[in-house]
Design a protein around this ligand. Structure first.
Ligand SMILES: Nc1ncnc2c1ncn2[C@@H]1O[C@H](COP(=O)(O)OP(=O)(O)OP(=O)(O)O)[C@@H](O)[C@H]1O
Ligand SMILES: [Mg+2]
Length: 475
């Protein structure tokens, strides 16, 4: 089915029937949502409507005869070809606009033909980290950790779908009524999710997590206040000492970024295998093998799951397995791998606290379908997972490590954890949160760190040497 047919079908099917009750109006952005300042070009003296009409007409003329799937690139030759066409048809339009408005029109038309239309400038703005198209008339961005509504919009659903098609076509993917969702990646590596009507009620929704060419480093995270240098030293010791570490956090809390930073601490001479749904990790070490899962083809075959990759990676002589995110049955394979000599593994999962992370691993392990009793799964978790690092996005938009928690064993039927460091939001005398503080407990795995040459001073855990002696004797 051609794109046009699919669009018409999608739109027809999402149209309310005449006799049906009018659908509720789409949710409006909260009045307090701040607007992004995006320096939008002004369309001269034209009204918004006239400007849009003119743009549409010019676009039709400039694009006439060009193959909509030609995948034109933004090369100087293509831009010149488009400029020649534009100059010609603009002359026929018999309008007189200021030079900068004409240039803005030309650039908008170029963005439509060789780019991603209205959101192209958002994608090119390095201060924007996420772009969220909620139907044609509402586009949000994330900047400095804050969600802002932008002044960018599309003409209608078809316009969004043209851009969706431009994203999916080169990857051989598509969305339609039967398969209304797709994950994809832009040529620059940005991660894209698309969901369209009828599943998306108010029009096609596109969510783009922008790829950042420069991954955040441990120094950046310290500078941003995500962690202190003591936590960084502690985590480095844990990674080098081959602890199994789970990074836990909510959506967009910075789990993958932290996983990347932790993976970067793996010594250069170790063979690292990374497994991801969509390759985001960028490791600097020389010996890294990258594996990526893939969804099924439209006929339902050809899927390669993270679980398949975990099983396969065990036959690849891994020294470290780094799994981008565990979401399902692969959890049990990871646990078994960690408990059978593949220590030093790192992964992330979606949970709002270290305790919840344990619960999630339990549930996901049960999804593995191996019919293992819960108590045994818990024992495996207690044995396999050494450390949970909780990351959160706070209300002010900053990302912080909020807990560093040891999984210390089993007590009866329960997995026991103890917090080693904890973020304290209480405001101090200077009006700022007290921040990350040691809880005074020294991890049970300290001897493992020491056997790898890390003699961390007791003060790092918030205790004097004397306290530590006492603490250890009590154990
Ligand atoms: N510590 C940090 N400080 C500031 N920005 C950060 C920090 N960590 C991550 N970011 C930014 O936040 C965004 C989300 O980060 P990331 O992809 O690591 O989150 P995530 O938890 O893995 O998200 P998802 O749940 O979608 O997988 C990115 O734009 C990233 O650059
Ligand atoms: Mg992630």
């Amino acid at each position: 089915m051609s794109l046009r047919n699919r669009l018409t079908q999608t739109n027809k099917e999402s149209q309310p029937q005449p006799e049906a009750a009018a659908p509720p109006p789409p949710p409006q952005p909260a009045a307090i949502t701040p607007r992004a300042e995006l320096a939008r070009p002004r369309p001269g003296d034209l009204s918004e409507d006239d400007y849009n009409r003119l743009k549409k007409w010019l676009l039709g003329k400039v694009a006439e005869g060009l193959d909509e799937h030609a995948d034109l690139k933004r090369t100087p030759t293509t831009i010149q070809m488009l400029r020649d066409r534009f100059t010609l048809v603009y002359g026929q339009a018999k309008v007189s606009l200021p030079a900068d408005a004409v240039e803005a029109l030309f650039s908008a038309i170029v963005d439509e033909i060789v780019g991603f239309g209205p959101i192209e400038k958002l994608l090119n703005d390095p201060t924007i980290t996420e772009v969220m198209v909620n139907g044609p008339k509402q586009v949000y961005i994330e900047r400095a950790g804050k969600l802002l509504v932008s002044d960018v919009s599309f003409e209608d659903d078809d316009h969004v779908m043209r851009i969706v098609d431009r994203i999916l076509w080169p990857l051989g993917r598509r969305v339609d009524r039967k398969l209304p969702m797709a994950d994809a990646r832009l040529p620059d590596g940005s991660r894209v999710n698309v969901i369209i009507p009828p599943s998306a009620i108010d029009g096609p929704v596109v969510t783009i997590r922008k790829f950042s060419a420069k991954k955040l480093t441990v120094e950046d995270l310290i500078a941003f206040g995500t962690m202190t240098s003591q936590i960084a030293d502690f985590l480095r010791a844990c990674v080098v000492s081959r602890l199994n570490i789970v990074v836990s956090g909510g959506t967009g809390s910075g789990k993958t970024t932290l996983l990347n930073v932790l993976s970067g601490m793996i010594p250069e001479d170790e063979r690292v295998i990374t497994l991801e749904d969509s390759a985001e990790l960028q490791l600097g070490q020389p010996h890294v093998v990258r594996l990526e899962a893939r969804p099924a083809d439209p006929d339902g075959t050809g899927a390669v799951t993270i679980r398949d990759l975990v099983k396969n990676s065990l036959r690849m002589r891994p020294e470290r397995i780094v799994v981008g995110e565990i979401r399902g049955g692969e959890a049990i394979d990871m646990l078994q791998a960690m408990n059978t000599g593949h220590d030093g593994s790192l992964t992330t999962l979606h949970a709002n606290s270290p305790r919840e992370a344990i619960g999630r691993i339990e549930t996901m392990s049960l999804m593995g379908g191996l019919e293992i009793p819960l108590k045994v799964i818990r024992e495996q978790i207690a044995k396999a997972v050494d450390l949970i690092v909780q990351q959160a996005r706070l209300n002010d938009g900053s990302r912080k490590i909020t807990y560093v928690t040891e999984v210390s064993g089993m007590e009866g039927e329960s997995v026991v954890t103890q917090d080693i460091f904890k973020y304290d939001e209480t405001l101090g005398a200077n009006g700022k949160p007290l921040g990350m503080k040691p809880t005074g407990l020294r991890p049970f795995f300290t001897p493992r760190l020491e056997s790898h040459g890390f003699k961390l001073p007791p003060e790092i855990f918030g205790a004097s040497a004397g306290d530590m002696l006492l603490h250890n004797r009590r154990r």
